[in-house]
Every structure is written in C-alpha cells, then in structure tokens.
Design a protein. Structure first.
Length: 277
C-alpha cells in the first residue's frame, strides 16, 4: 500500500475531513487532497505531525505494507494497527487492535445518494457510522443500528426513525421500546395516537393503565369513552359489556370514526388480557 492510500485510510479512521486535518496542520485542503491522490508527499515536518495525529511511526507511513506500528506503549508489545484494504477499488476495512481493545471500521466505496452503501464503525468512544446501512456507536442511515441511532429503520438503545425499535424509541410511524413515542406506539410506557403499553397515553390507548383523549381500554381507563374495570370519563363502559354494545356506544360518540379504527378497538377489547370474548 502506498503512502497516499495509507494517509487516506488513516484519516478516514479518525473520522476527520480533509478540511479538519488541514486546519490541524496549518495547510490548505488542496494539499491534503494532493497527498491522498498521490500527486505529492508530505515533507518530514508534516510526516512527524501526521504520525502523532494517527499514532503510528513515520517508518510505518513511508514504507510499503499494510501493518502499522503504534507510537504509544500498550500492555501488549505486539499490538498494532492493521489496515486491510480487501479491494482498493471497492471496500475499505480498518481494524485497530491494541491494549486488548478492538476497534473495527468497514466502509464500502460504492455509494448511493452520496453515502456509502455500508458503513460499520464500532469500538470504544464515540464511533460514528453514516451510510445507507449504518452500524456504529452513533449511527445515521436508511437502516441504522447503534447505541444512539437515527434512520428510516432504526435500532438501538436510543433510536429515532420512521420505524424505531429501542429501549427509548421515537418514531414518526411505529415505535417499539421500553419507552416509546410514535403514531403507533408499543412499550412499557407508550405515548402515541394508537398506544399500547403498561402505561398507555394517546388518542386511542390500550394498557393496564390507559389514558386517552378519545377511547381508553384497560384495567384502569380514563377517556371520553373509557372501557375498563375502573373507569373515568364521559362514557364509562365495564369490560364485561358485549362487543356489539361497545361498538354501538363508540359509533354514537364518534359517528364519523373510520371502520378500521373501530375494528382495531374491537380486536383489543376481545383479545387482550383485559378484554372479554
């Protein structure tokens, strides 16, 4: 691997842009671009600074090869940064092994909408991944998975997306999580237009404790139409009331209510553990 390729891969590993690196070195972005395209090479002074930024020796930078000696001491004397380019025209893989800690980054060079198709960046600290498919400590993508995740289809400890699955889940459409917020929301604590959870808050809520602006179904239910064992609201309906009577009351209260919403309510009255058959 030539020095131009090494400089590009190492910069990518740090997550710095050419502009950011240029600022640290006190030079122009065009100079960085020329180094990484092989049009020129850094002088000795710049090589020293680069070796400190990337934490590798100068010899590792200037000599051919895919293995990089670390500058700092670790418990493992054989610790190295291994950069593997499986196919220089397609994919980029960076593996950092030192002190018993694994850091891994993979970025496909094939792109869509200006983003790599796949970007994986995991390890200690704030490792960011951004791609069509993104996996990282912090991830942004169409399909995204991370401790903090943002995407159309998003998974993580804290997740935001169109469809989201996480401990704390926020979604424009469907949210599933311990704490969930979305149009359709499912969770221990659930907030949404259509909400299902132990504590459920929404327009149409189903849960052990259900609070709704319109229809609430639960052991405890509070809403304009409250269906439950303990109820608060304008219209109170015991759980042992027949399905047909419940539907009749709801239609009288909301004559323009869509049929599919009535069926949604009917389903949960009939088949949840709070409902009656």
């Amino acid at each position: 691997m030539q020095i131009s390729e090494k400089l590009q891969l190492l910069r990518s590993k740090t997550g710095m842009s050419q502009e950011e690196l240029a600022e640290r070195l006190g030079i122009s972005r065009q100079s960085i671009s020329k180094w990484e395209s092989g049009q020129s090479v850094p002088d000795l002074k710049k090589l020293i600074i680069l070796s400190e930024i990337y934490n590798v020796t100068i010899d590792s930078l200037v000599k051919d090869g895919d293995e990089y000696d670390m500058l700092q001491e670790t418990d493992d004397k054989d610790s190295k940064v291994n950069i593997i380019d499986n196919d220089t025209k397609s994919n980029q893989v960076i593996i950092n092994l030192h002190g018993g800690r694994l850091e891994y980054e993979y970025k496909s060079k094939r792109t869509l909408l200006g983003l790599p198709l796949i970007h994986i960046n995991i390890g200690k600290g704030f490792k960011k991944a951004k791609g069509i498919v993104a996996i990282g400590n912090i991830s942004y993508g169409i399909v995204s998975a991370g401790i903090i995740s943002l995407g159309v289809l998003s998974f993580g400890c804290m997740s935001i997306g169109i469809i989201s699955l996480a401990a704390i889940s926020i979604a424009l459409l469907l949210a599933i999580g311990a704490i969930s917020i979305g149009v359709f929301s499912v969770g221990a604590i659930s907030i949404g237009i259509f909400s299902l959870g132990a504590l459920s808050i929404g327009k149409y809520s189903i849960g052990a404790a259900a609070i709704a602006t319109d229809v609430a179904i639960g052991d405890y239910a509070k809403g304009t139409v409250a269906i439950g064992n303990t109820t608060e609201g304008l219209t109170k309906i015991p759980l042992d009331t027949s399905i047909e009577d419940i539907k009749k009351v709801i239609k009288e209260q909301y004559p323009s209510l869509s049929n599919w919403i009535i069926k949604y309510i009917e389903f949960f009255v009939k088949y949840t553990k709070f409902g009656v058959k």
